[in-house]
Ligand binder design. Structure first.
Ligand code: GLP
Length: 267
């Protein structure tokens, strides 16, 4: 198991910097597996908040490998995903439901009725109620043991995009329907073929729900994330950089970075 090349304490968070992408992903998978096992050992169950995007793919591959080796079971786990395009069919290959099925759910022993995603098919008039319901499900499940997060190039977490909003209001944002930011649409064009085909809205777990998790694991890799990482960790807490809102919960956030993503950090 590879150790981080550097460990920093920044803005109340532990920042683990790894020499390369594979060792960072291995560390993230190990940390998730440890959280899962210790929650199952102490409470009999684990509740995981999961993310999509390119970053978690190798992390899920590692978890699947551990499951195949008989080292990790999801039989006592419930999962809640961060976000989903809206509107979208669960059968669309670009839906996050499809992504999760491809990369994790179809390969492990997670019971089907414990793999929860926001539903891109609910009637538009019911999206607010659906978001509130999703937050209630998480709370009724005892809250998230860990929330896995990626980071958008614009600093978004889940699909909580940069907003002109006072910090105290941003910290209370619930799970809801949002408009995607132009940077997010540009980045998603590789999945949809071109920018004009990208679905413009999404359901996202809210900032308040993310911050309520008992621990938060942020994974950011590659030079494209360096600026958003530095703004999240060195910059002021602002809704314009949603990653910076993580500074408001000191002591429960771990950042896992590779050297290129950490290149703009000082300390
Ligand atoms: C996507 C997802 C986020 C993800 C982020 C980074 O749009 N909605 O949850 O963390 O953008 O994605 P990637 O890991 O592909 O860079």
């Amino acid at each position: 198991m590879s150790a981080p090349a550097r460990v920093l304490e920044l803005a109340g968070a532990s920042v683990l910097v790894f020499a390369d992408r594979p060792s960072a992903c291995r560390a993230a998978a190990n940390q998730l597996a440890d959280t899962l096992r210790s929650a199952v050992a102490t409470r009999g169950r684990a509740v995981l908040g999961l993310a999509t995007g390119a970053t978690p793919e190798p992390i899920y591959a590692k978890l699947v490998g551990m499951h195949r080796e008989g080292e990790l079971s999801f039989a006592q786990v419930a999962t809640y995903n961060l976000d989903e395009y809206y509107p979208i069919s669960p059968f669309d290959p670009n839906s996050y439901r499809s992504y999760m099925h491809r990369h994790l759910f179809s390969h492990v022993d997670l019971p089907a009725n414990r793999a929860h995603l926001l539903d891109g098919t609910v009637p538009e008039a019911a999206t607010t109620e659906h978001g509130e319901q999703f937050d209630r499900w998480i709370a009724a499940d005892g809250g998230l043991d860990v929330q896995l997060l990626g980071l958008g190039r614009n600093g978004h977490i889940g699909f909580n995009e940069p907003l002109d909003l006072p910090v105290d209001e941003a910290l209370k944002l619930p799970t809801r329907l949002v408009d995607l930011h132009p940077t997010t649409i540009a980045d998603a064009s590789k999945d949809f073929g071109d920018a004009s085909r990208v679905i413009r809205r999404a359901l996202t777990v809210g900032v308040a729900t993310i911050l309520a998790a008992r621990s938060i694991l942020v994974v950011a890799l590659g030079p494209n994330k360096a600026e958003a990482v530095a703004q999240s960790l060195h910059g002021p807490i602002t809704a314009q950089v949603p990653g910076s809102l993580l500074q408001s919960v000191p002591g429960k956030v771990t950042w896992i970075l590779d050297e290129p993503a950490a290149q703009a950090l000082q300390g």
